[in-house]
Design a protein around this ligand. Sequence first.
Ligand code: VG1
Ligand code: CO
Length: 544
Amino acid sequence: MGIQVIPTTPFSDQKPGTSGLRKAVPVFQKPHYLENFIQAIFDTIGDPQGRPLVLGGDGRYFNAEAIQTILKMAAAHGFSRVKVGQNGILSTPAASCVIRKYGAIGGIILSASHNPAGPQGDFGVKFNTANGGPAPEKVTNAIYERSCSLRQYTIYTAPDVSLHTLGEFPLGEMIVEVIDPVADYQALLETLFDFDCIHDAITGGRLSLIFDAMHAVTGPYAHRILETRLGAPQGTVQHGVPLPDFGGGHPDPNLVYAHDLVQQLFGDDPPVFGAASDGDGDRNMILGANCFVTPSDSLAILAANATIVPGYKEGLAGIARSMPTSQAADRVAATLGIDCYETPTGWKFFGNLLDAGKATLCGEESFGTGSNHVREKDGLWAVLFWLNILALKQQSVADIVQSHWRTYGRNYYSRHDYEGIDSDRAHTLMTQLEQKLPQMVGQSFGAYTVAIADNFSYTDPVDHSVSTQQGLRLIFDDGSRIVYRLSGTGTQGATLRVYLERFEPNPHHQHLDAQVALADLIELANQVANIQGLTGRDRPTVIT
Ligand code: VG1
Ligand code: CO
């Protein structure tokens, strides 16, 4: 027992991506791999100054082992207290909530989010700062730089700490506090939404629902909040037991991977409302009877209806969306007379806007929605927001969506993903396309004339930091767009994402299938980037 100094050599691949460091499990299991990265985080934080650290994860394979290692390293680094979720469980938004509530110096969240899990699946480590949000680029860059020169790490040798029982347990000089992973988070949500009103609508039979936790972290949260507190019948929460391999599935709530849920909402006698969340609980998919709400529309609809919900009754300071997210929210912001910010992909870019009080709601097209209540996107928050609106309006989801389109117009939207393509080919595609961009401005392709063609660059309005190369954009003179990006969360080869958007103001033309409405743009997107020629793929792997 005692603090040991372990010599090590740096790994060259510990640069965090869009959301933390994600690698295949066998990579994280390499001797010293996890320890090096954790030491790099601790060295970047420096002296904890008596402030606690928050720790938890989505329960995936290797979560339990990693938590024990991190606790022992925290004890060696001089933390006085680590607040850890019972059985090592904390959803990403719950971790954000706990960091903020208890003035922690930050938190470590173990998750590769929607990536599959298991011995050959993925694992991930995210570091969140004291505001509860994902570390901004200047911090992740500092962690990466530290990882490149690391020669040793320190660890306290002791038996594992049991995380089954709530309470405080000593580990050397440090206290390990095992906390209820749901309680603080539920208490926060109760301050934002009218739980009694939702409860009455559900138990009165006016609001039927199902929630698919996809065998991931939201199971325990959804059981407690939707069934126990809001009175939804047992069985409302499906796949509600978190499993280390997520039941072999892909815990990504979209039309492809949440097919069970989609079938129920589009089947016989569907419930009024259906939703799903992802591996770490920060994403949401919203469905109604025979109706799918795109995440971009969901953000716009929540913004348009925000003041009927208690937590937002004073109105919104502003809205922020990631660049590839549709411009539906911009239209609501314009009507409300508030600012709409356009940031690069990844929740870390919303932190400054939220901290500065410039934005209240934020969203990404990738099934992420959230607000200033925490500094992460929040799956169950979005579900409760919708439930609160449905309980008050007593309209169907489809009616709410269609009346929104009639008022604001419809932004037809789709994302096409080409997963697991060869990395070199993907980079060639992006390089060749970027070279073509300058001469494309002013050119016409059928009905579309290119107004702007660039590689998106963002200057943070608060700290003025600049983030370049955030996605290739073709913006047409009618506001339609094609955006190309390479994913920063995958671990195998490369994933090309193509985002397509077209605005339709005429209510008579708002009821097409998005793939049909966007057919011209889809064809153009493939042609301009020579996707088939360069990747060998004649269709995307996932269309959402
Ligand atoms: C994807 C999404 C992005 C999201 C990120 C993390 O990133 O596109 O919008 O913020 O995942 O979400 P990328 O680089 O693969 O496109 V999560 O739920 O995995 O933390
Ligand atoms: Co996630």
